[in-house]
Design a binder for this molecule. Structure first.
Ligand SMILES: Cc1cc2nc3c(=O)[nH]c(=O)nc-3n(C[C@H](O)[C@H](O)[C@H](O)COP(=O)(O)O)c2cc1C
Length: 218
């Protein structure tokens, strides 16, 4: 690292409430690249849904707990089937999105009527799960079967309830395609997961070349 002092002038600063002052909002480019939860769910009548969510991550590991964020559900005109399905049935699956599956994943983000099954739309194969009645994406190297813990409505600093929802689930079943297990380890780099970056069309891909190792201090 350079010893040159860092002047505060070197930084663009903004308060989000007052606008970012750049060509596009950089927020999602800063909080990124983000993993993508490719969420399959099912409504009370058994109709299946699949959609990508990049406000997605793991938050605990014993037991494993994951969550995704839905921008819009109840108050907006945009109808989010994933959240309503999961609230109705208490189950969902988070499938891994990889480079070979990128185009298919993108197709499942289309705004389509509730009755449209995005598995069919994107030419994907639904495979049965073991602990939940939701299908997983057979082509995806991993799938996390989840039971719903909480649907949390987000609030801002003024206490306004937002049309923003955090869906938190406990992982109750894990599928890993054996082709990606070597020496007892899941070879994440070989799976080539993709991540969402900030702007409309931007993604990153994790590859064996971009992986590096660093041990924690003792
Ligand atoms: C890569 C990617 C990531 C996305 N992440 C989110 C997200 O985190 N939250 C969200 O509300 N919508 C997100 N979307 C948009 C939803 O996938 C889209 O609105 C979809 O139609 C929702 O489907 P559903 O109504 O079946 O749940 C994302 C789209 C793409 C392509």
């Amino acid at each position: 690292m350079s010893n040159t002092p860092i002047a505060s002038d070197d930084f663009h600063f903004y308060e989000p409430a007052k606008g970012h002052g750049l060509a596009h909002d950089p927020f999602k480019a800063i909080v990124g690249p983000r993993p993508i939860g490719w969420i399959s769910s099912r409504d009370a009548q058994g109709r299946v849904n699949l959609a990508p969510y990049s406000f997605f991550n793991a938050f605990f590991d014993k037991p494993p707990i994951i969550a995704f964020g839905s921008a819009g559900w109840k108050n907006r005109t945009s109808n989010k089937d994933s959240v309503s399905n999961i609230e109705a049935t208490g189950e969902f699956v988070a499938n891994l999105v990889t480079k070979p599956l990128a185009e298919a994943m993108n197709k499942t983000a289309a705004t389509v009527p509730h009755e449209v099954d995005e598995f069919t739309l994107a030419g994907l194969t639904p495979a049965p799960c073991r602990q939940v009645k939701v299908p997983r994406v057979a082509e995806s190297p991993t799938a996390l079967e989840c039971r719903l813990l909480q649907v949390l409505q987000l609030q801002d600093l003024d206490g306004n309830r937002l049309d923003g929802w955090m869906i938190i689930g406990q992982v109750v079943g894990v599928h890993i395609n054996r082709a990606y297990i070597s020496n007892g380890l899941f070879d994440a780099a070989a799976a080539r997961p993709i991540m969402r970056s900030g702007y409309m069309a931007d993604y990153f891909e994790a590859t064996p070349e971009t992986m590096f190792r660093m041990n924690r201090p003792g």
